[in-house]
Design a protein around this ligand. Structure first.
Ligand code: RIB
Length: 311
């Protein structure tokens, strides 16, 4: 049988424009102080990058997903492409460029908390190809974060807006100029630190309310405390996470974002989507790694339900 032409290949409903990194992870008892040397307990490497992670989370939740990313022509790039090929993510938008594949140096301490330093490398590629634009225009949701150049992200959001595609931004890391992107977002998903920094307040509830006057809906994730949803300047919903034994928090926010969008793309309402995203995020922190820790649909469907309160 002949292979289908490009026109016949179905177009992903969820398109993620974002980073793909090789995560280099050291587990250690506690964080080193400036100038101090400490022993780590283990070292490992695996697929990461907020874009790749969110694409994998959405695909494992059952969405049809395409990733627009760039990797280097090097061993890390080969490993990332091999990993993605096993994840049911459409990788036609993953280009190979001359810069080295992006890397993230990650330390995870005994309490599961992580700190991350990213070297962008290939993620700094700043062109949207005609194929990228067409994939965005045909999608139902465009999902972006900020480990790619901000002007590229802005351009992608504008293409989506011009074609009636719903836009989702995770403002991580918080970079200069991000406030200008918020009005281009139907959904903003920020963690507590990002939300308070963007809204210049120290209360995540207030931050969610402020930001929701600019974006359509704002979700602020609160780690072990759950998440909240704000719309039109008011808190619309709060969700309390189920307690779990935390092993590694790396990628938990990406799991939440990917699963939330996958559920919305499936036609579920926002409350159901937040419920599924919270269950999936809770499972992800019980496992090591970023993309590797993301649960399959059957796993989070069967996980304990968080408690939601409508406001
Ligand atoms: O959000 C977690 C991710 O942040 C890691 O996988 C790392 O690559 C950085 O992008």
């Amino acid at each position: 049988m002949s292979s289908p032409s490009t026109a016949e290949v179905s177009s992903p409903a969820v398109v993620v424009l974002g980073s793909a990194n090789m995560d280099l992870v050291i587990r250690q008892t506690r964080a080193a102080r400036p100038g101090e040397t400490v022993f780590g307990k283990s070292f490992g490497s695996g697929a990461g990058g907020k874009g790749l992670n969110q694409a994998v989370a959405a695909a494992r939740a059952g969405a049809s997903v395409g990733l627009l990313a760039a990797v280097g022509d090097d061993d890390f790039g080969v490993r990332l492409r091999t990993f993605l090929a096993e994840q049911d993510v459409d990788t036609r938008g993953v280009s190979v460029v001359t810069e080295a594949t992006g890397v993230a140096s990650i330390t995870v301490t005994d309490d599961g908390e992580n700190s991350i330093v990213v070297v962008a490398g290939a993620n700094a590629a700043s062109e949207l190809s005609e194929e990228d634009r067409a994939a965005i225009a045909r999608a139902t949701y465009l999902v972006v974060q900020l480990e790619r150049p901000i002007r590229l992200v802005e351009e992608a959001l504008k293409v989506a807006r011009a074609h009636g595609v719903a836009t989702v931004l995770t403002p991580a890391p918080v970079v200069e100029g991000v406030r200008d992107l918020i009005e281009l977002c139907d959904i903003l998903i920020a963690n507590e630190i990002e939300a308070v920094s963007l809204a210049a307040t120290d209360d995540p509830h207030v931050a969610a309310q402020i930001l929701s006057r600019e974006a359509g809906r704002v979700v602020v994730t609160l780690g072990a405390r759950g998440a909240l949803l704000a719309q039109d300047g008011v808190i619309a919903r709060e969700i309390r996470a189920v307690a779990v034994d935390v092993v590694d928090t790396t990628g938990a926010g990406d799991t939440f974002a990917g699963v939330l969008v996958a559920m919305l793309a499936e036609g579920r309402d926002f409350g159901d989507a937040m419920d599924a995203a919270t269950r999936a995020g809770a499972l992800a922190v019980t496992r090591e790694g970023a993309a590797a820790s993301m649960p399959l649909r059957a796993e989070f469907d069967g996980a304990p339900a968080p408690i939601q309160t409508d406001r």
